[in-house]
Write a protein that binds this ligand. Sequence first.
Ligand code: SF4
Ligand code: SF4
Length: 298
Amino acid sequence: MNECRLVGDDIGYCGLPFAGRKVAVVRWYYDPLPTNCVADWVCAGGTGAGYPRFAHRKGPEFGYKNLAVFYGACTFNCLFCQNWHYRWDRMSGAKASAKDLVHAVDARTSCICFFGGDPTPQLPHALDAAREAVERAQGAGRILRICFETNGTMHPQLAERMMDLSLASGGCVKFDLKAWSEPVHIALTGVTNTRTLENFARLARRISERPDPPPLVASTLLVPGYVDEEEVRALARFIASLDRTIPYRLLAFHPAFYLSDLPTTSRQHAARCYRAAREAGLERVSIGNLHLLREDAY
Ligand code: SF4
Ligand code: SF4
């Protein structure tokens, strides 16, 4: 994504000295379902959408769990990174193969979410693990949804492979759209948003292959002073121009990393962004992290 050229002991922009396939800087843990996934308000694990083919229950999938797979690298370097401590993972040198990961999937695991950091820099590893895990689960007649939560900067061919797996398994691809304006995006993440928006548009073309549960979901973090209703309106217009049914989650901001001196998102800010997204034509908009919203206007 960032066209790094590594020589000797160099590390790339994402912090990796190598582009791993056999092993990756990755760790994982279980989350009981329903979990606080960015897509939990529309996905099979959170709502039972796609039951009985893709979900065990008609509602939230109590009794089952999500395997959360956390990759320790990212192609962005966001000032507000909420998971900034992934940088310690790569320094610890902990690595695992795709097979190690597959062995973590048991009979009560009904979905895998590949996130981080971001799965992008080590995506071949994630795709290998996902493919094998799905084959095993389907061979045993079990549901296993494959989901990705990403900044969307992977090679377009890899984006298509993610979508292949999510479509076939009942999962979804969740894109974080950080900002519409490129200068704002570069200021916040260090990187252009061109690849992200192109990949999002590319994957939106495949929604009709399996519209329920929704295979593509968008989210935006409402960073006070940076991501206002005009940013959200422009992003929402872009999403609606592709498909008005794409679910769009607006997330309240929590101060972290280099933006630890900002307040959380205000109710007024979130309400303005919600209205802007609806006015842009999107049918499914929601606000996440409600507990973080504060009263006073920013
Ligand atoms: S990993 Fe997928 S199916 Fe499971 S809770 Fe998250 S979005 Fe829903
Ligand atoms: S894309 Fe996500 S993980 Fe990567 S730097 Fe930004 S907030 Fe952190």
